[in-house]
Design a protein. Structure first.
Length: 425
């Protein structure tokens, strides 16, 4: 028996991009396969209490931007005294708890962690009623600063196209320089979707209606980016933040984002578990890579499990084919890296280890069809007692994921089409 996972989504206004009926009453939560029963009406205030009744003070870990958050990020006290050495050897800013940024406007209250490009802190804006903000402090290296400036340009473009802030992309509020570091000030949000799943749906995932509400918001963000020919190129649960009530999400960390005209063939774009097949195969790519990532993310939200936990690009392609069937010969061979994964008969070249010698070997595998498809992974056993409306929603969800996870990017569903899908209607 599992309890404590997200079983409700409070009523959300249409102005925030979520239909008012996209909420859910809490239930007994006794089935790890199908979680809860639905009702169409509920008390939003009561649901928030029921839904997030865990002790948040114990292990609450906020996140923003490209952070890799841990519960024990070292923070320097004021007595640390590194006036002449503000950076570590990698160019990260040494954060001092309580220090002031931008001529005393921002007071640092917490170090949220660091990512490839930056350190991120939580701070209070002393010029605005001590409102909390998140500040991304870019590493003091020329390439990192250029990446930060590019991210700012993209965020500005997205904000200008969304003046009413309805498309669920994090807002950059301002920027400044501090001791040779570019600093980017963002609205503060409470936690990312990986933390939401970990705390409210560990091993079993979130309720289908919560997934539906989140999916709608993600796709609104994706539709805006596609309209502007912007690829996020690193969508995953870690880079999608939610507000305190867990009702509104925002896509964040556009450090890898670019215009579709700026693509470079590389097999390592996007975090591996969310990496589209065309990237691995070295094919031309566009905004469809983000739709693939969203499909992987939604599966993870619903099940609590990573869809493609491959240890390498080679294993990722194997797992994709076990779920979706074999690549066509044309798709398998036309990419820059295709010959590394498929021979001239379209057999898959699996990297393996010889059990006797322990030496690396290559196995030729003929893939006839899916080993276990999305229906088998997501639909419950036929004898499970499921209300008809719940089963209908789940079948619609499976169909949407099938379209999001088309191996051929040309056949993958677009954000506009996805927003009109029956699952989200």
């Amino acid at each position: 028996m599992r309890t404590g996972y997200l079983s409700t989504v409070p009523t959300m206004s249409v102005s925030q991009g979520i239909p008012a009926e996209d909420h859910l009453a809490s239930t007994d939560s006794r089935s790890p396969i199908y979680r809860t029963s639905f009702t169409e009406k509920s008390s939003a205030a009561g649901e928030i209490e029921d839904m997030f009744s865990l002790d948040e003070s114990r292990d609450f870990i906020p996140a923003i931007g490209d952070t890799k958050v841990t519960s024990s990020v070292p923070v320097h006290s004021d007595s640390g005294g590194h006036e002449d050495n503000f950076d570590d050897p990698q160019g990260y800013y040494r954060v001092t708890l309580g220090e002031s940024l931008q001529d005393g406007r921002y007071s640092v209250v917490a170090n949220l962690g660091k990512g490839m490009f930056s350190t991120v802190v939580r701070a209070r804006d002393t010029h605005n009623h001590n409102r909390e903000v998140a500040i991304k402090i870019i590493r003091s290296q020329e390439t990192m600063c250029k990446a930060g400036l590019k991210e700012m340009t993209i965020l500005k473009k997205l904000a200008e196209a969304d003046p009413e802030d309805k498309r669920h992309v994090v807002r950059l509020e301002k920027h400044f320089m501090h001791r040779n570091h570019l600093c980017m000030v963002f609205e503060s949000l409470s936690m990312n979707l990986r933390e939401v799943v970990k705390r409210f749906g560990k091993d079993v995932g979130l309720n289908i209606r919560a997934v539906k509400a989140y999916a709608h918001q993600m796709l609104l963000a994706l539709s805006l980016m596609r309209k502007l020919n912007i690829m996020h190129a690193d969508l995953k649960p870690d880079n999608i933040l939610v507000n305190d009530a867990k009702t509104i999400l925002k896509v964040c960390d556009l450090g890898s984002a670019s215009d579709t005209s700026e693509t470079e063939i590389t097999p390592y774009l996007v975090s591996r578990f969310y990496r589209a097949p065309e990237i691995i195969l070295g094919q031309p790519y566009d905004c469809a890579i983000d739709m693939w990532s969203i499909g992987c993310t939604l599966f993870e939200l619903y099940t609590g499990k990573i869809l493609f936990p491959g240890r390498s690009n080679n294993q990722m392609l194997l797992l994709m084919q076990e779920l979706k069937g074999k690549f066509t010969a044309k798709q398998a061979r036309r990419g820059t890296f295709g010959p590394a994964y498929f021979d001239n008969t379209n057999s898959f070249l699996l990297n393996d280890v010889d059990k006797t010698s322990g030496q690396p070997i290559v196995k030729r595998i003929t893939i006839a069809g899916p080993k276990q498809g999305l229906k088998a992974k997501l639909l419950p056993a036929t004898n499970a007692r499921i209300p008809g409306d719940e089963l209908r929603l789940l079948k619609q969800f499976v169909d949407l994921l099938e379209r999001m996870l088309e191996l051929d990017p040309a056949k993958r569903i677009s954000p506009k089409e996805a927003l009109s899908h029956a699952f989200l209607s």
